[in-house]
Design a protein around this ligand. Structure first.
Ligand SMILES: [Zn+2]
Length: 329
């Protein structure tokens, strides 16, 4: 048996002992009892988060009461992520697994989502959102999983994280409430910052073209038309037929720039640039955006707030034809 298959089988057995939590916290088991059963000498609550965006939120709310393991490292594409042995071990030893859901984490979410009662809970943050606020992909039944790209929407998952942690950390309730409230205020400011940044782009140039369709929620909230060379998953076939369509769109609307993404290979965007050049259309590559993963430590995008501020600034800068954007947030 190859190692990947073995890890999937280990994960599959995990699901049999993990509790499925739908719509955030609706579990019937007493998590307080479950938390008390921990036999680790470390008092902190062991929690697993899949992406950096989720880990950052959990860290901001749980702070030093939580021992957090982030499964998918900075710069790694979650659509293509395969768990390694250490990830399986971290899940087995955790009390809560927070994941995005909507098939962002591919087969892993399927495994995490299919559980029964135990002392570990699996929480899909997307389940805490109003289903009518989710974006469906027109060509299939798939739902767009990139919910963190609308800051006002991502903020709505804070209550789910706070309440789930609170079930285990009963003596920390006040601290959790305060940390969650602080985070909500920060995200409200970030959301306003985004609205103002994008508003500075001349209206006809508010078209965001990037490697894959990670920015639909971003576009809906902040007022941009969004086009990806690939669909909502990087695991999908990249449509070469998309490139001439996009070049047409760029030419018609004088779109000044297109964007690569930190967690996705940039060859499709290179093909768009080359195609535009062959049609004598001047087109620049904007600064790389952070779509499905945070940036490395020191990049300024190693937090969710930093990541989104980077995206707002770089999109506004490149699509405004290089005009500088407001700084100081
Ligand atoms: Zn994606």
């Amino acid at each position: 048996m190859n190692s990947n298959r073995r890890h999937w089988m280990q994960l599959a057995t995990l699901s049999a002992s993990g509790a499925l939590i739908s719509g955030c916290w609706q579990g019937s088991q007493d998590a307080r009892t479950a938390a008390g059963q921990s036999n680790t000498s470390d008092d902190r609550l062991p929690v697993v988060a899949t992406t950096g965006m989720i880990a950052d939120m959990v860290r901001s709310i749980g702070r030093d009461a939580v021992r957090l393991t982030q499964l998918i490292p900075a710069g790694v594409d979650p659509h293509l992520y395969k768990p390694i042995r250490d990830d399986v071990v971290a899940i087995v030893h955790s009390k809560i697994v927070f994941y995005n859901g909507l098939k962002l984490e591919g087969r892993m979410a399927d495994v995490l989502g299919g559980g029964s009662k135990s002392d570990r809970v699996h929480v899909a943050l997307s389940d805490s959102l109003d289903p009518s606020s989710l974006i469906g992909e027109s060509s299939s039944d798939a739902i767009d999983p990139h919910i963190w790209m609308d800051v006002s929407m991502w903020s709505k998952t804070i209550g789910c994280i706070r309440d789930t942690l609170g079930r285990f950390l009963v003596h920390h309730q006040e601290r959790l409430d305060r940390a969650a409230q602080e985070l909500i205020v920060q995200l409200e400011a970030l959301d306003r910052y985004g609205l103002e940044a994008i508003e500075r782009i001349p209206k006809p140039q508010r078209i965001l073209i990037s490697s894959h369709d990670a920015f639909q929620y971003f576009g809906r909230r902040y007022g941009l038309r969004v086009e990806g060379v690939q669909g909502i998953s990087t695991a999908s076939e990249a449509g070469l037929q998309r490139i001439p369509e996009l070049i047409e769109l760029i030419g018609e609307n004088s779109v000044p720039a297109v964007f690569k993404e930190s967690s996705v290979a940039g060859k499709m965007i290179d093909a768009v640039i080359e195609g535009a050049a062959s049609r004598r259309i001047e087109l620049r590559v904007g600064k790389e955006l952070y779509s499905d993963a945070l940036g490395p430590v020191g990049s300024g995008a190693e937090t969710y707030l930093g990541m989104m501020k980077h995206n707002f600034d770089k999109v506004a800068e490149a699509l405004s034809g290089g005009r500088s954007t407001r700084s100081g947030m």
